[in-house]
Ligand binder design. Structure first.
Ligand SMILES: [Zn+2]
Length: 202
């Protein structure tokens, strides 16, 4: 089991995880299975880093909530099968990651091939006014964009958000992570829960 899998198992068991400094706080309606607690304890340091916001301001937890929300909206709108819904929700995550992790490059040189502008081969700005641009030859854009997408996919995978792999998940395998509205309610009402544990940092 990896840290990401431990986190998923905890969510599936109805455990809410939060950070208190370097400590990991677990909240659940009832005591989680011992195997889940063991895994959380073993991977605590890594899990704390998964829950901490990354360079783009979102933690792995935030990405999971975003994925679940997108999947919920797509499911309501489209009546798609589960793998299709997940594939679309994953695509939304990739777009969001690219938006939150913009790249910039100085004008006058192609970020793809490193070459300069030529009369027959101009450099074009790709990006938005808000986030800045990268400069590329139009022929260099597809490879650059494919590499960016690969980076998005691996960054998301490192946080436990994966493209679905062709096989529909069985209901008992589905994560039971509550949507963010419910999560907030859980947070405000957390003292009512029977199970709460703080795993000390260090
Ligand atoms: Zn180029």
């Amino acid at each position: 089991m990896s840290a990401v899998e431990a986190l998923k198992a905890a969510r599936a068991a109805g455990v809410e995880l939060a950070l208190d400094g370097d400590d990991l706080v677990l909240i659940a309606a009832s005591a989680p299975p011992a195997a889940v607690l063991d895994a959380l304890s073993r991977y605590k340091a890594k899990i704390v880093s998964l829950l901490r916001p990354g360079r783009d301001g979102w933690s792995a937890e935030d990405w999971q909530v975003f994925f679940d929300e997108r999947a919920g909206v797509i499911e309501l709108d489209g009546g798609l099968s589960c793998p299709e819904t997940e594939a679309q929700a994953f695509a939304c995550c990739v777009v969001e990651w690219l938006k939150r992790n913009p790249e910039r490059s100085p004008a006058g040189r192609c970020l793809g091939c490193g070459d300069r502008e030529h009369a027959h081969d101009p450099l074009l700005p790709y990006g938005t006014e808000l986030n800045g641009h990268v400069w590329l030859h139009s022929r260099c854009w597809p490879a650059w964009y494919a590499a960016r997408k690969d980076r998005a996919v691996s960054a998301l995978a490192a946080m436990g958000i994966n493209a679905p792999v062709g096989r529909p998940m069985k209901p008992e395998e589905q994560p039971k992570h509550p949507p963010s509205g419910v999560t907030r309610e859980l947070r405000t009402a957390k003292n009512q829960f029977a199970f709460q544990r703080q795993m000390k940092g260090g």
